[in-house]
Design a protein around this ligand. Sequence first.
Ligand code: NI
Length: 255
Amino acid sequence: MLFDSHAHISDEKFDNDREEVINRAKENGVKLIMNPGVDLESSKKAVDLSEKYEMIYAAVGFHPHEAKYMDDTMLLLIKALAKNKKVKAIGEIGLDYYYDHSPRDIQKECFIKQIRLAKELKLPIIIHDRDANQDTIDILKEENTFETGVLLHCYSGSVELAKEYINLGAYISLAGPVTFKNAKKPKEVAKYVPIDKILIETDSPYLSPEPKRGTRNESSNVEYVCNQIAILKDLSFDAVAKATYDNAKRFFKIN
Ligand code: NI
């Protein structure tokens, strides 16, 4: 029983074999998948896919890379999509100062507008933060976001920051990097974060975990993330699978 809390299954890399990818996930124990949008088009696709497959839920929103393309009309269209009953979050949204595909002031503005939308709709948010730790947490605090739910997706920050987030009531999601041999930080974070606050994800088609590193990632690989956390926390695979499944359902308010 696994919940892949972040899989871009609408991505064009799955256009030729999406059905098979979904079936492989099912055969590998994946019961539920959260599919986040990165812009208007992918958010629409995420909603369509969630209507086609019971096991797939959707999040809608503009990724920081795409922030420069979001105008007020698009935000209204995101809002309309968010009213679909399979949409369980606004995401993925946040800041990316590593690639800086959109100017930082635009990224912040786009992030804040979507936080306010999420609060209005009482939906939790899925956060993308790359090399923007301080501005991300500052905005989340200023906007008083933690009551409606904050999930740090593919968390790559320090244990200290994780501690601060946990104290604020956020959830932390770990992906492929926790399985990488040289990745110290995510391993420390996996050990630290309480078992009732961790989610697992693939972030597919990106970031394949060991031993699949270098190939296209897919939801069936979420088991490797689960297994690595079980080892690090000295728990059984089933215990981590169940806890992360329950956590994701609680976070996304899925009954
Ligand atoms: Ni993503």
